[in-house]
Design a protein around this ligand. Structure first.
Ligand SMILES: [Zn+2]
Length: 269
């Protein structure tokens, strides 16, 4: 079965309602367990609604670091939503892609609210670091967080040694792998190969937009096939690793028992 540990069903990456409904329908039809990410409080509320439409959609509460300055006066509200959430993300540090640089000084305090909650309740934490991987890794290590996921890891190969030693997860997927496969020197190839079997997770992240739109089941198969090629293994093996690692990631979290139940009830693909 397919498990997508990082998908956007809302703004700023999915705004076409027709596409959204097709995606949700496809998730249900193909029984794709989906960790639906949010980028701010508004998108989290929408994700909560979408999760009512499919038992396979699990909402995740996060605020992209780009919007950190908009939440300076709302930390208590953020903290409460963290407490109620099933899982957290996406959240992190990103100076590189921040359109409004006003967010930068506020990213870390916001990030730390999520880290405190993840530590307290042993929650899954979907992390967004761009150009801030080393700093993010240091901050992460100052908390006892056991289930962080480096979403679309874009740091150095050197840092990966340390991340691997800590046993933190990586989710890889949407990154135009077809193009990357045509360029064997692309740095992402080495990164995908350097992830230990027991720390690899799969993600779609963003569905193709406009004319190129495809439903999650189609996109996911491509990701599995491409990652298998890069790691010189079979698609079945990659999918099996993803499932096994999700079981380990979810662990005994009482809020996420349903994920394990769904995995047990869906016939193996
Ligand atoms: Zn994302």
């Amino acid at each position: 079965m397919y498990i997508d540990t990082h998908l956007h069903l809302d703004e700023p990456w999915l705004s076409d309602e027709n596409h959204r409904q097709k995606a949700i329908h496809d998730i249900t039809k193909h029984q794709i367990i989906t960790f639906a990410q949010s980028c701010d409080i508004k998108s989290y509320k929408k994700i909560l609604e979408y999760s009512e439409q499919s038992e396979f959609i699990f909402p995740s509460f996060g605020i992209l670091p780009w919007y950190a300055h908009e939440y300076v006066d709302r930390f208590e509200e953020v903290r409460e939503l963290c407490e109620e959430a099933l899982m957290l993300g996406e959240i992190g540090l990103d100076e590189k892609n921040a359109r409004d640089k006003a967010c930068i000084p506020h990213q870390r305090p916001l990030f730390e609210i999520f880290l405190e909650t993840a530590e307290k309740h042993d929650m899954i934490l979907n992390l967004h670091f761009r150009g801030t991987e080393d700093e993010g890794f240091e901050i992460l290590n100052s908390y006892n967080v056991k289930k962080p996921i480096f979403h679309f890891y874009s740091g150095s190969l050197d840092l990966m040694e340390k991340i691997n030693d800590k046993g933190y997860y990586y989710s890889m997927g949407q990154m135009n792998l077809e193009r990357v496969l045509g360029e064997p020197k692309d740095p992402i190839i080495d990164k995908i190969r350097k992830i230990p079997d027991d720390l690899l997770l799969l993600e779609i992240d963003v569905l193709p937009r406009g004319q190129n739109f495809e439903v999650p089941s189609i996109v996911f198969v491509n990701i599995v096939n491409n990652i298998a090629k890069i790691r010189n293994t079979t698609s079945e093996e990659i999918e099996a690793l993803n499932q096994k690692n999700v079981v380990k990631l979810v662990g005994n979290d009482p809020k996420l028992k349903k994920i394990i139940r769904l995995m047990e009830s869906v016939p193996k693909t």
